[in-house]
Design a protein around this ligand. Structure first.
Ligand code: TYM
Length: 332
């Protein structure tokens, strides 16, 4: 029986943080045995922020190292650079021809960017969802492991796939679903008491794989809290709920129950909770740091992984683009 096809990617904008891991990368690792997996480094998407050539190269290399450090195995999945597949760009062009300005302007991530960076509202940002659709559909993937923030992009991918199928009266593309292993899509909170963990939310808001133990402890001890509960069993304010969510991710169920009980009895000391969280974060990230250091020294291996990935990914991409070109009417 054919294995289900899976595809996903992460933008190389810096080191990976725990949001990337629990939203996406952990799923990549879990899926590599049972599915036919394509995992890429989204170095075209990162151009929307105009990185310098050095930063683009360095960050892409870092993501590769961190994919491998997290347990992606180039023998069991295809790991490649988005910019190594020109077929993706051709498919992106085809999707752009049938994507409407209105629907692209309504995408939440686009509206956020317009608000955050009014001086750099470029066409790449507007067509971000068509490029994502091309990434996924170039391999005809049906499952896409991503965090909650990507849900709307997957909805758009289904729209573009369905529109193409309808237009050309074919069923060349599947309708891919956002996926999180065994449960709902996740949103890992940041440390500033508001939204999600993310690089654009500030370095202090995220715990990175590469953070040294002292940095992790400092960030967590500074995480936002309130002055403590005043009523038994009261609802937790968002910044406290966020700390508990992080505790659930890296600590034991016993530790979570222990601090939850103290909170409910108005006896919690946030300093103790943070110390526990910091130590569990340090222990959780330690093996990643060690593997990152080792892999960073093995340039030849990294080059081999990229070469092999490119070859395998292009084989799949060429098949799709040949079929799509024929359907559209480009026939030799
Ligand atoms: P990016 O690079 O912003 O994030 C990569 C992945 O990490 C997830 N993520 C989170 N999940 C839970 N909680 C968080 N705090 C958190 N922060 C980040 C994201 O949901 C994402 O899965 N557009 C994509 C990259 C991309 C892509 C694709 C993904 C390009 N083409 C095709 C899937 C398929 C992005 O910017 O992710």
């Amino acid at each position: 029986m054919n294995k289900e096809i899976v595809c996903s990617g992460i933008r190389p904008t810096g080191n990976l943080h725990l949001g990337n891991y629990f939203g996406a990368l952990r799923n990549f690792v879990k899926m590599q045995d049972e599915c036919d997996c394509y995992f890429f480094i989204a170095d075209y998407h990162s151009l929307t922020t105009h990185p310098t050539p050095d930063n683009l190269y360095r960050n892409a290399r870092q993501i590769l190292i961190q994919y491998l450090a997290a347990g992606l195995d180039p023998e069991r999945c295809t790991i490649y650079l988005q910019s190594d597949l020109p077929e993706t760009i051709e498919l992106y062009l085809f999707f752009n021809m049938n994507a409407y300005l209105g629907e692209l302007e309504r995408v939440t991530s686009f509206k956020d960017k317009v608000r955050q960076q009014p001086n750099n509202v470029n066409a790449g940002l507007l067509t971000y969802p068509t490029l994502m659709a091309a990434d996924i559909l170039i391999h005809k993937a049906s499952k896409v492991p991503v965090g909650k923030d990507q849900e709307q992009h997957l909805e758009m991918t289904r729209t573009f796939a369905q529109r193409f199928n309808n237009m050309y009266k074919c069923d060349v593309f599947p309708l891919p679903q956002a996926y999180n292993f065994g449960s709902e899509l996740v949103k890992v909170p940041g440390l500033d008491g508001s939204g999600k963990m993310g690089k654009s939310e500030g370095e202090q808001n995220a715990i990175f794989f590469t953070d040294e133990p002292a940095v992790i402890r400092k960030k967590i001890m500074r995480a936002k809290t309130d002055s403590g509960p005043t009523e038994m069993n009261q609802t937790k304010p968002v910044e406290i709920e966020n700390l508990f969510t992080l505790l659930k991710i890296v600590s034991s169920a016993d530790a979570v129950a222990y601090y939850d009980d103290l909170y409910n009895r108005c006896q919690i000391r946030y300093g103790d909770l943070k110390k526990q969280l910091a130590e569990d974060m340090v222990n959780f990230t330690q093996p990643f740091r060690e593997r990152i250091e080792e892999l960073s020294k093995d340039e030849q291996y990294l080059v081999r992984v990229m070469d092999r990935g490119k070859e395998k990914a292009r084989e799949s991409a060429r098949k799709t683009i040949t079929e799509v070109r024929h359907i559209i009417g480009y026939r030799n």
